[in-house]
Design a protein around this ligand. Structure first.
Ligand code: UDP
Length: 239
């Protein structure tokens, strides 16, 4: 087995949308590709999960009463495949080797997820993008990211967001909100904090997988964190 560090980075779909809130902004793709490239160049093995919220979420699709929740979730999972293909293009454009593995078989477009195969890609310095969530409705891509991180034996999952980390209260409303540098899985599940949904956090806790929440728009942040520097971000772990 490879001795290199292995991380899984989770981006929300909305992160790709830039200012528009919808669709895919090619400047953001290019920026993310640069950050991922710096990880690969430092011999860090990288898996990626991207959400689908910039296109559609199951819950919202089902709101009008026409589309069933399960069908809405299928649409949401397909949205993550669209994002994965866009990200693959950006990463390949920056010179990286990339594979997309989908939880739902779609062989004309990408590989199907197979743990051992994903591990071999990672050992060969290929970035692997895990698409279509868990392949099941009623889950989130945060849970899919946690599941894949555990399956590929990642050292940590990095949840790349627009903010520096987790605060004790909403930093948009309170000037005195404090960034929590370290917190337990139990604290991460609290209502006002909710780093991820309970399913994802419970899975991470059961497998002692650290979750780092950080600002994706700070240059070099992913590399800094992958190298063990957790200043100005939040780490969820067993305390
Ligand atoms: N989804 C699903 N099963 C999964 C992962 C995702 O059904 O295992 C669907 C669900 O409808 C979800 C959508 O895909 O709303 C997009 O994922 P998510 O909301 O997690 O994206 P993000 O908020 O990270 O952009």
């Amino acid at each position: 087995m490879s001795k290199n560090k292995r991380i899984l980075v989770k981006f929300s779909g909305e992160a790709l949308a830039g200012g528009n809130g919808f669709g895919i902004d090619s400047h953001i793709l290019k920026y993310i590709a640069g950050e991922i490239k710096s990880l690969v160049n430092s011999d860090i093995e990288v898996g990626i999960v991207i959400g689908g919220g910039n296109i559609i979420r199951g819950v919202s699709a089902a709101q009008g009463g026409i589309i069933k929740r399960t069908s809405g979730d299928h649409m949401g999972m397909l949205a993550t495949v669209i994002n994965a293909i866009a990200m693959r293009e950006a990463l390949e454009h920056s010179g990286l080797d990339v594979r997309v593995q989908s939880a739902i078989k779609m062989e004309a477009i990408c590989e199907t997820f197979i743990t051992g195969r994903a591990q071999r890609h990672l050992e060969k310095k290929r970035v692997v993008i895990f698409a279509a969530g868990t392949g099941n409705p009623f889950f989130t891509t945060d849970t899919a990211a946690t599941l894949r991180a555990i399956e590929i034996n990642a050292d940590m999952i990095i949840k790349a967001t627009k903010v520096n980390g987790v605060y004790d209260k909403d930093p948009m409303k309170f000037n005195d909100a404090k960034l929590l540098n370290e917190l337990s899985y139990e604290r991460a599940m609290e209502d006002n904090i909710k780093v991820m949904d309970d399913t994802a956090i419970a899975l991470a806790k059961d497998n002692a997988l650290p979750i780092v929440v950080c600002n994706m728009f700070e240059d070099g942040n992913l590399l800094k964190i992958a190298n063990g520097d957790y200043t100005n971000c939040s780490i969820v772990k067993n305390l």
